[in-house]
Design a binder for this molecule. Structure first.
Ligand SMILES: Nc1nc2c(ncn2[C@@H]2O[C@H](COP(=O)(O)OP(=O)(O)OP(=O)(O)O)[C@@H](O)[C@H]2O)c(=O)[nH]1
Ligand SMILES: [Mg+2]
Length: 321
C-alpha cells in the first residue's frame, strides 16, 4: 500500500510534465477507493475536453501497431497524445503490456506521448468506471488526444469503447468468414472501420463485405448523417495510418458540427453517475453483510435453512441503523 496521493499537487506536477506524477495518479485511479475519488474530483475541474479515440478489435488484429502509427500521424500535427491500453481479460498487468511497450517503443522518448497499460480493477465492471477516470486524468494533465486500446472480448469491449468519442473497429482480411456473434455489436459501435494487415490477401473482399453490411445497418437517428468509412491499413509499415487519422478527424468535425459530441458526452456522464452510485452501494452491501454476520448467514442460505429473500431483509435491516 503506497502513501495517499495529494490530488491537486500531483495533478499540477503532471500538468507541468512530471511523468512520474502522472503515473502515480493513474495507479491510484486503477486501484480505486477514496484516493481515486479525490483525484477524480480534482481532474474533473481541470479537464478541458480531450478528444478520445477508442480502438478495438480481436486479439492480434494489430491494434497496438496501428495505434503507434496513428500516434505518429497525430504528432505530425503537433498534438499531444496519450494511449491507454486496456486488457479486460486479465486482472494483472502482464505480458501483453510488454508487447505494447515494444510495439510503441518508437515514441518512448517523445515528451508529447504518454503510454499506459491498465488491467481490470478486480472485476470487469471496474473498467467501465476506471477508464473514464483515467481519461480525465490524462486530459487534466494536458493531453488533447487520448487513444483507448481495448482487446475485443465481447461485452466489455463494447462498454469500454462506449467511453470514446470516436470508436475505431479493427478487423483483418477474411473477417467476413469469422464469428458472426460479435458482428452486430461491432457494427453498432464502429464510427470508423479499419481492415488492417491489408498486405495479406482478401483485404478488398473484406472491405466490400463491410460496405454491404453497412448498407444493411440502420444507423441510429443521431448519427444518421455519418456512414463509417472503411480504411485499409498496413500497421507494420504505417500505410493508411494518415488516412485513418483523417477519417477520425472528419468524424470529430461531424460530431462537433451536429452538436452530437456534447450530447454524447452528457450521456456518458449520466451513465458514469449511475456506475458510481452502483459501485458505492455494492461496497456498502458488502459492508452490511459483514456487519450482519456474513459467515453465519451465508451458511444458512447455502444449507437451505434460510431463503435468500429473508436473508437479504435481515442484512438490509441494518441499512438505516
Ligand atoms: N502482416 C502484417 N502484420 C501486422 C500488421 N499489423 C500488425 N501486424 C502484426 O500482427 C501482430 C499483432 O499486432 P499487435 O499490434 O500487437 O496487435 P494487437 O491487436 O494490439 O494485439 P493484442 O493487443 O494482443 O490484442 C504483430 O506481430 C504485428 O507485427 C499488418 O498490417 N500486416
Ligand atoms: Mg495490443
Amino acid at each position: 500500500v503506497s502513501a495517499p496521493v495529494d490530488p491537486a499537487g500531483t495533478l499540477a506536477a503532471a500538468r507541468g510534465g512530471d511523468r512520474g506524477a502522472l503515473a502515480r495518479l493513474l495507479t491510484a485511479v486503477e486501484r480505486g477507493g477514496p484516493d481515486a475519488r479525490d483525484i477524480g474530483r480534482a481532474a474533473f475541474q481541470q479537464s478541458g475536453g480531450a478528444y478520445t479515440v477508442g480502438i478495438t478489435g480481436a486479439p492480434g488484429a494489430g491494434k497496438s501497431t496501428l495505434t503507434s502509427a496513428s500516434v505518429a500521424a497525430a504528432r505530425t500535427h503537433g498534438e499531444r497524445v496519450a494511449v491507454l491500453a486496456i486488457d479486460p481479460s486479465s486482472p494483472y498487468t502482464g505480458g501483453a503490456i510488454l508487447g505494447d511497450r515494444v510495439r510503441m517503443s518508437e515514441h518512448a522518448l517523445d515528451e508529447g506521448v504518454f503510454i499506459r497499460s491498465m488491467a481490470s480493477r478486480g472485476h470487469l465492471g471496474g473498467l467501465a468506471l476506471a477508464t473514464p477516470e483515467a481519461v480525465r486524468v490524462l486530459d487534466a494533465a494536458g493531453f488533447g488526444w487520448v487513444v483507448i486500446e481495448t482487446v475485443g472480448v465481447g461485452q466489455v469491449e463494447v462498454e469500454v469503447a462506449g467511453a470514446a468519442d470516436t470508436t475505431v473497429v479493427v478487423v483483418n482480411p477474411g473477417w467476413g468468414d469469422a464469428v458472426q456473434a460479435n458482428k452486430a455489436g461491432l457494427m453498432e459501435i464502429a464510427d470508423v472501420f479499419v481492415v488492417n494487415k491489408a498486405d495479406r490477401p482478401g483485404a478488398e473482399e473484406t472491405r466490400r463485405h463491410l460496405e454491404s453490411m453497412l448498407d444493411l445497418t440502420r444507423r441510429t437517428a443521431s448519427d444518421s448523417s455519418w456512414r463509417p468509412p472503411v480504411v485499409l491499413t498496413v500497421g507494420t509499415t504505417g500505410e493508411g495510418a494518415g488516412e485513418l487519422w483523417s477519417a477520425v478527424a472528419r468524424h470529430r468535425a461531424q460530431l462537433e458540427a451536429a452538436g452530437t459530441l456534447t450530447r454524447r458526452r452528457g450521456d456518458r456522464l449520466r451513465n458514469e453517475l449511475g456506475l458510481v452510485i452502483e459501485q458505492r452501494l455494492r461496497a456498502r452491501a458488502e459492508h452490511l453483510l459483514d456487519a450482519a454476520g456474513r459467515d453465519d448467514i451465508e451458511r444458512q442460505v447455502a444449507a437451505g435453512d434460510l431463503d435468500p429473500w429473508s436473508a437479504a431483509d435481515q442484512v438490509l435491516r441494518h441499512l438505516d441503523a
